[in-house]
Ligand binder design. Structure first.
Ligand SMILES: C[S@@+](CC[C@H](N)C(=O)[O-])C[C@H]1O[C@@H](n2cnc3c(N)ncnc32)[C@H](O)[C@@H]1O
Length: 422
């Protein structure tokens, strides 16, 4: 029987599927992660399942840590697995409890150190397009911004407390990005209009940093983290196989969407300039460890293909319309993606306690003019793993970016898949 999509049970106004609410919420607002999702959804799941301090929550694609932070503030233990060291760092840092007084003292000294310094030189000159150089027509950061950031980075060496150091570092990276000449736009960076004359300099950087540190201080004072989450920076496909916990009450997550988006590419400035990866080889290795939802690395060829009737029709269509695909590896990527989802769901089934639920937010995708029902295919894979499919609820329509291969599809469906271990 085909899996049906439930259109009515979700309150669309409750904003359950995007990160927009996080910009005003204590601690969540320390770094805006566009691909994050809504704390409202995590709260809804916790309330619906009546979870408390004896329960354990898992997010195998934890990103900037919306799930772990929301659970932590409510005193519920949680584990977040995230492969990208920069995003895992955001998740860990947002949950740091520190002495407000100590943070205040270090914040003041950091600002003073940057204001006074005129000698530091960015170590990123001539590397990629990170900062101004005679060989470049465009660069992400003006020299005064990159130099001020460098001074801030050097200051971190004097900070003994790891937790304080991480908060200062997150504020530095966030201020750097606030003073960038380009902004993230889908899969790439788009230069801001008139960026050459935008005036980003040491003063604007210090202003951004002061604002951010003020917010961190305010949140540290008002919002205590009741239960420290465990943040693991690893490929969840391998982590879940070796982790021997089997008492999760809830797994709530949003995996990478099947949209050829490469998170490691779009977060390159933070990964390199934040000191999270040393070189391009390490970046490539990181790509190989991400879920196969992009074609940016030569990942292992998938072998499984038994993912249900919706998958079979998708594959038949894609293979017979290869000339309309932007890249000939797309059918293989689609197969690899569902193989990864199967791998993850098989592991998660073993980790859940009886009665435990899995909530997955995902969107459909489109290739060669066909909408791929990622939600129903994952729903099917979940049942083969042993779960009962409780339902698939539509959260919203997402406007599809137009490309020359996208055909007539204007919107994609974002939905919530609910599975139960009975
Ligand atoms: C849609 S985002 C999740 C965002 C998250 N819900 C939040 O609120 O920030 C998907 C995340 O999965 C991560 N990811 C991709 N492949 C992974 C893997 N193999 N193991 C763990 N995390 C992975 C990506 O780096 C990305 O941060």
């Amino acid at each position: 029987m085909p899996i049906k999509i439930d259109n009515v049970s979700v309150d669309m106004a409750a904003n359950l599927s995007n990160a927009i609410d996080t910009v005003n919420l204590p601690r969540h607002r320390w770094y805006y992660y566009k691909e994050g999702f809504s704390p409202n959804l995590v709260n809804k799941a916790i309330d619906e399942l009546h979870l408390g301090s004896d329960d354990l929550i898992l997010d195998p694609f934890n990103g900037s840590g919306t799930v772990t932070l929301t659970s932590a503030i409510r005193g519920i233990p949680s584990v977040g697995v995230e492969v990208n060291p920069f995003t895992a760092f955001i998740a860990r840092t947002k949950a740091n409890n520190v002495e407000a007084k100590e943070l205040e003292v270090y914040s003041k000294s950091l600002i003073e150190a940057i204001k006074k310094d005129t000698l530091s030189t960015s170590r990123w000159i001539g590397i990629s397009t990170f900062t101004e150089h005679e060989s470049l027509k465009k660069w992400l950061f003006n020299r005064p911004v990159a130099d001020a950031y460098e001074r801030g980075f050097q200051f971190l060496e004097n900070v003994d407390s790891v937790q304080i150091k991480d908060i200062l570092k997150l504020a530095l990276v966030s201020s750097l990005m606030a003073n960038a000449n380009a902004r993230r736009d889908g899969k790439c960076f788009k230069y801001k209009k008139g960026w050459e004359n935008n005036g980003y300099d040491r003063e604007s950087f210090v202003e951004s940093l002061s604002d951010r540190l003020k917010i961190c201080l305010e949140d540290v004072k008002t919002t205590h983290v009741e239960s420290l989450p465990l943040i693991v920076c690893e490929d969840s496909r391998s982590f879940l196989k070796k982790d021997d916990v089997n008492t999760y009450s809830l797994c709530i997550t949003s995996p990478p969407y099947l949209n050829t988006f490469d998170y490691t590419d779009i977060y390159r400035p933070e990964l390199f300039m934040g000191g999270f990866i040393p070189n391009n080889e390490a970046l490539y290795q990181l790509r190989l460890n991400t879920v196969r939802s992009h074609v940016q690395a030569l990942w292992p060829t998938p072998t499984e293909q038994n993912f249900g009737p919706d998958y079979t029709s998708v594959m038949e269509y894609l293979l017979s319309h290869q000339e309309k695909l932007m890249c000939k590896r797309i059918p293989l990527m689609v197969q690899a993606y569902f193989e990864d989802m199967k791998d993850i769901l098989d592991s998660i089934f073993k980790k859940m306690r009886d009665g435990g639920q899995v909530w997955i937010v995902v969107s459909t995708s489109a290739y060669a003019g066909m909408e791929i029902p990622v939600d129903t295919i994952i729903g099917h894979i979940g049942t083969v793993a042993g779960f009962t499919l409780k339902g698939i609820e539509k959260l919203r329509d997402i406007r599809k970016r137009k490309t020359k291969n996208s055909g007539n599809i204007d919107f994609l469906r974002e939905s919530l898949i609910k599975l139960v271990k009975k």
